[in-house]
Design a protein around this ligand. Structure first.
Ligand SMILES: NC(=O)c1ccc[n+]([C@@H]2O[C@H](COP(=O)([O-])OP(=O)(O)OC[C@H]3O[C@@H](n4cnc5c(N)ncnc54)[C@H](OP(=O)(O)O)[C@@H]3O)[C@@H](O)[C@H]2O)c1
Length: 340
């Protein structure tokens, strides 16, 4: 059955130009059954954002949680899943699902190493089992991987650069990547650099800094690790655009700027008018990582640029969104900071 809806994302279906509010725009007709998503790990940081954006477009989407059911996901769209159990058929009726976006796993790099048996079981062994299950159902996997499949010695590895992970986390990701490449004809493996958000309690890099700075506490930032942070909603738009364009293969997804964590912190502090003396510059060795941290956490993303159009949100805009979110939550307190 055909439904009609205007969406802002450019999805594949028949479309025609219509005249609306004195402007031409596209009216898109799509088969609702065509784009049905399940997000494995929709209670996590990226999963939650993906769910909300997909939902806004009107497509059917459901997602799984393990320990943390999410209050931003509609109860009917949430399914309990512990990937350690083998009962994937309990995920529900997956026969109409076209895409499974895999956002689950043990994502803390220290825990991957310190609890190696459990992390390997979840991130590799059971993930591969889940992928085999999805394959039987003809579901296309979209796997969120990481720049940490590289050793961090080269600044801009391309998709053709041979991976050589030094962290347990990256090693586990690479095993799953290899499985997908070998076993699926159509898939997306998206290697991401550091992803950040702007919701005050999302526990990502900038909001964590903000929560400390606003309480006049020091933040620590290293000057010997380079990152290329990407805003989570930019990432979500890129993922949806890759799906929309029917892409398959490995793609690097990176923020548009690369800089040391320390420089990023300085940029943040300057933009929001905090006090520079609150930034403590420290070598990476000072932080409690149990494996040597890769120096360069940036990726070459020219393949992505050639494939889809990317509109990055500027870092300043993201920083101001954090301030705005904070202001909305604490209306009276914030008169001394940068004006919005
Ligand atoms: N965030 C980044 O900067 C970044 C960068 C590169 C790559 N990535 C990759 O992107 C993906 C999403 O990252 P994220 O930051 O959104 O991760 P996250 O916030 O840590 O979320 C992890 C998700 O995995 C679920 N999960 C954990 N153990 C599970 C289990 N035993 N069974 C089923 N589900 C389980 C969690 O569910 P509950 O919370 O309900 O327990 C949660 O939904 C990950 O694969 C990560 O490696 C992220």
């Amino acid at each position: 059955m055909l439904f009609e809806e205007i969406v802002f994302l450019r999805f594949h279906f028949s479309r025609k130009k219509i005249f609306k509010n004195d402007k031409f725009c596209y009216q898109i007709f799509y088969k609702k059954d065509d784009f049905i998503f399940i997000i494995i790990g929709s209670s996590g940081f990226i999963g939650k954002n993906l769910y909300q954006e997909i939902k806004k477009t009107g497509f059917n989407v459901s997602g799984t949680f393990n320990n943390n059911p999410s209050n931003t996901i509609e109860p009917n769209d949430q399914i309990y899943l512990d990937i350690k159990d083998n009962n994937f058929d309990k995920i529900g009726d997956l026969k109409n699902i076209k895409y499974a976006i895999l956002c689950h796993g043990i994502t803390n790099i220290n825990t991957c190493k310190s609890d190696n048996q459990l992390s390997y079981f979840i991130n590799v062994f059971q993930t591969i089992k889940l992928l085999s299950f999805l394959k039987q159902l003809g579901i296309t996997p979209i796997y969120l991987s990481t720049n940490m499949v590289y050793d961090g010695k080269t600044m801009f590895p391309t998709e053709k650069t041979k991976p050589a992970p030094i962290l347990e986390y990256g090693k586990q990701k690479l095993i799953v990547e290899n499985f997908i490449e070998k076993n699926f004809q159509k898939y997306l493996i998206c290697r991401l650099t550091k992803v950040f958000g702007v919701e005050i309690n999302d526990q990502t890099i900038c909001t964590s800094w903000f929560n400390k700075l606003i309480n006049n506490q020091k933040i620590s930032a290293t000057d010997n690790v380079v990152i290329a942070p990407i805003y989570v909603l930019d990432l979500v738009q890129i993922l949806l655009s890759l799906i929309d364009n029917n892409c398959s293969g490995i793609f690097h997804i990176s923020g548009q700027q690369y800089l040391s964590v320390y420089k990023f912190a300085c940029f943040f502090v300057k933009t929001l008018n905090f006090n520079f003396s609150l930034i403590q510059k420290l070598p990476i060795e000072h932080f409690d990582f149990i494996e040597p941290y890769p120096k360069y956490n940036s990726l070459d993303y020219q393949k992505l640029q050639k494939t889809i159009k990317i509109n990055f949100t500027s870092y300043e805009e993201c920083f101001f969104k954090i301030l705005q979110n904070y202001k909305e939550a604490n209306k009276s307190q914030l008169n001394n900071f940068a004006t919005l």
